[in-house]
Ligand binder design. Sequence first.
Ligand code: NDP
Length: 242
Amino acid sequence: MNEQRTERVAVVTGASSGIGAATARALARDSYKVALLARRVDRVQALADELGDGAIAIAADVTDRDSLVAAAARVKAELGTTDVLVNNAGVMLLGPFSSERRADYRQMVEVNLLGAITATEVFLDQLKDGGGDIVNISSVAGRTARPGNGVYAATKWALGGWSESLRQEFLPDIRVTLIEPGAVATELPSHITDEATRAGVEQAYSSVQVTAEDIADVIAFAVGRPKHLTINEVLLRPANQA
Ligand code: NDP
């Protein structure tokens, strides 16, 4: 439950599916006004319609700064100043590094890392205005690495270092929370381009019981703490994940 003032405004990137959509629902349940950002605008529009008053859908690509600038202006005009930014948009294009999937590597860096950095830079003035929260969705892969997830892990490790720097720079006005989930049952593996890797990861994910809602509840709890307390880092795994 949100213990801060009601009517806070939250912006969630990648709100069209999985953890982002569940986080938007959880924050709306806790009386936040929510801006739902994603490229698949039909999906975020359907979610905004479901959530009703106080929810807006915005077509935004986190690799396109202009679309984020336009989104920030719409949020301020239609919902008010942003209090919470959830940098959730991400892609996990796993595969052997030797497969030379250069477009995949670049996309992961541009979405997972540069996308979060750009969204934060664009929304920073609003977040500073009255105190805010930045929630960066990292991963267990931001703490460990294994063959086949090198560039994905690199983006998530980078989010950890960047988050800690932001935490120190902006305290006490902006709180920074890093969320590091293990496997969560979402469509994330379906975008893997290396067929053998995709088949293996989808098979492994088929028995995952942790849901996007499980992660969203933790995010809502973290940003709902009183302003004098920050939950800086949360590592969550399925209970049976090695
Ligand atoms: P989904 O694939 O369901 O969600 C990913 C979201 O990112 C989608 O809403 C997608 O929206 C959005 N997205 C992708 N590219 C862009 C872009 N260029 N601009 C804007 N939005 C974009 O996966 P999850 O919910 O699982 O993933 C959410 C986050 O959680 C990611 O950062 C992921 O790395 C992280 N994570 C997930 C884990 C898991 O096991 N599922 C574990 C650990 C971390 P659209 O395509 O409409 O733009």
